[in-house]
Design a binder for this molecule. Structure first.
Ligand code: ZN
Length: 504
């Protein structure tokens, strides 16, 4: 077998896996949007079959043989597309084969049972009833981490699945630097006591749909290569080149969940639409990590979509769409969509308190996998940390330890990528602003092309050529850190709430 034979086989196999996965994505999109109630059982069977087919292809022993051949003549330049693909195929294959089939099946089966048990427990608040399944999920995940371990802390192996190269020690350093400034900023804002609310009114759904479509198109989301649908838990799904769909959730009593949900998901979609379609189905045409993906959604939702400059352009459109906003001054609207208030629920948290929710989960997960914390003590530990970081104690487990689906699905090591995304977003935005800004002056005129073009060039088009850390370092001239994020938040909220600029 020559290099070309081996490489071509690997590429064809990678693309077949990707096509099968994209069929699963399409089926999953339908399952979460339009499927009739009675269609779920059959859909679950379809998805299970596709997962089996994909797994068989991804673990085909021929992959190992072809990698051995191709790696002998791998291009010396690690940044060439063939070298990138070979490196990432190797990584994926080695991970797949390290996990015994029996463990993979046990994880999938327990996750399915735990997810539906979690849904019931969340509704009833019965954490004790859910505990045995959660303990089983943690034990199986620990076994998986041990299979994948490279001899470092167990949690590192879990993080590595979502943010390749990230370590618990690195995340701890970030949070140590974030915790103090975030808690201080939250307290200073609370002391001002000047939150603004939008007036109670009805915000008709047809007007919300129209405005959202107009705004996401303006920032560059190609509606000929995507569509907007409605769902309970909004998501973005990249089905293939030319088909990247977003979803949102509208409520008639406020325009903000629909609007910011759309901008967030459109940020994810801009990344997927910006990947190089020539390499679709291979690592060169795939996203780097969850953290980088989240950086794109957070950047468009918050650094663009919640900026005063964005609303200088967009507010007249919103005020024309909704009677309820006609008498609202633009500045009051901007303050209302940037309210800061400690709350129980992570997904409803503002930009300042959000990362404190993630910090709490990271510390609990790390303790669980170090064996310092048992599931029996988890609820108490959760409540203690909520009190310490956000000054609140959940009234019931549904708004506390049971609020997220992640743990029941075995997604441990996933939460920190949300915070990494926020940090990357601020750092990328600052670099883009220096290179092609002032961006805010452009936003005020409804111009978003320069920012998107910069992101395309420095982030999207690279696929998995670099690790997240390399990508950020190359794009911004400095390794990832919390500094840009803290200075962005401090600047923004000092202006917005007229905080004392010399506060200590
Ligand atoms: Zn997201």
């Amino acid at each position: 077998m020559t290099f070309d034979d081996a490489y071509e086989w690997l590429q064809a196999n990678s693309m077949e896996c990707a096509r099968l996965a994209s069929l699963a994505e399409l089926a999953a999109w339908d399952q979460r949007t339009y499927i009739p109630k009675k269609g779920h059982a059959h859909r679950a069977e379809q998805l299970e079959m596709l997962a089996r087919l994909i797994h068989a292809r991804a673990t085909d022993p021929r992959i190992g043989e072809c990698l051995d051949v191709a790696e002998r003549d791998c291009p010396a330049d690690p940044l060439l597309p063939q070298a990138v693909n070979l490196r990432m195929w190797r990584r994926a294959f080695d991970r797949e084969v390290k996990i015994p089939a029996s463990l993979a099946a046990a994880l999938a089966g327990t996750a399915a049972r735990a997810e539906s048990a979690w849904e019931t427990a969340k509704g009833s608040g019965d954490f004790n009833g859910f505990r045995p399944l959660l303990a089983e999920m943690i034990s199986l995940t620990a076994q998986k981490a041990d299979c994948l371990s490279t001899g470092h802390e167990r949690y590192d192996a879990l993080l590595d699945e979502y943010e390749p190269g990230a370590t618990a020690a690195g995340i701890e350093t970030v949070f140590c630097a974030l915790r103090g400034p975030l808690m201080k900023l939250t307290a200073d804002i609370a002391a001002q006591g000047r939150g603004a609310e939008l007036p109670a009114s009805t915000y008709p759904l047809f007007a919300q749909r129209q405005l959202c479509a107009e705004l996401v198109a303006a920032i560059g989301y190609d509606l000929q290569a995507g569509r907007i649908d409605e769902t309970v838990h909004p998501f973005t799904i990249g089905i293939g080149p030319g088909d990247v769909r977003i979803t949102t959730r509208y409520t008639e009593d406020s325009p903000t969940p629909g609007l910011f949900g759309c901008l967030h998901e459109a940020g994810h979609a801009l990344y997927d639409q910006g990947l190089d379609s020539v390499y679709w189905g291979t690592p060169m045409g795939s996203a780097v990590s969850l953290g980088i993906h989240e950086s794109q959604s957070r950047l468009w939702e918050n650094l663009v979509g919640r900026s005063a400059a964005f609303w200088r352009w967009a507010f007249p459109r919103a005020a024309a769409a909704f009677d309820g906003l006609r008498a609202v001054p633009e500045s009051a609207f901007v303050r209302a969509v940037n309210g800061v208030r400690p709350g129980f629920v992570r997904v409803e948290a503002d930009e300042v308190t959000y990362n404190l929710h993630v910090l709490l989960r990271f510390e609990l997960e790390r303790s669980l996998f170090r064996g310092d914390l048992t599931v029996a003590d988890l609820q108490g530990a959760w409540n203690e940390k909520m009190q310490a970081y956000l000054g609140l104690v959940p009234r019931h487990p549904g708004e506390g330890v049971l609020q997220d689906v992640h743990w029941s699905a075995g997604l441990f090591g996933y939460f920190p990528t949300y915070t990494l995304g926020n940090l990357y977003a601020a750092q990328l935005f600052a670099a883009a602003d220096s290179a092609v800004g002032p961006l805010e002056e452009q936003f005020a005129r409804g111009e978003f092309g320069p920012l998107l073009d910069w992101l395309r060039k420095h982030v999207h088009l690279h696929g998995q050529r670099f690790t997240a850390e390399e990508l950020i370092t190359r794009a911004t001239g400095a390794p990832p850190s919390q500094e840009a994020f803290i200075s962005y938040l401090t600047r923004k909220y000092t202006d917005l709430y007229a905080l004392d600029k010399n506060r200590s």
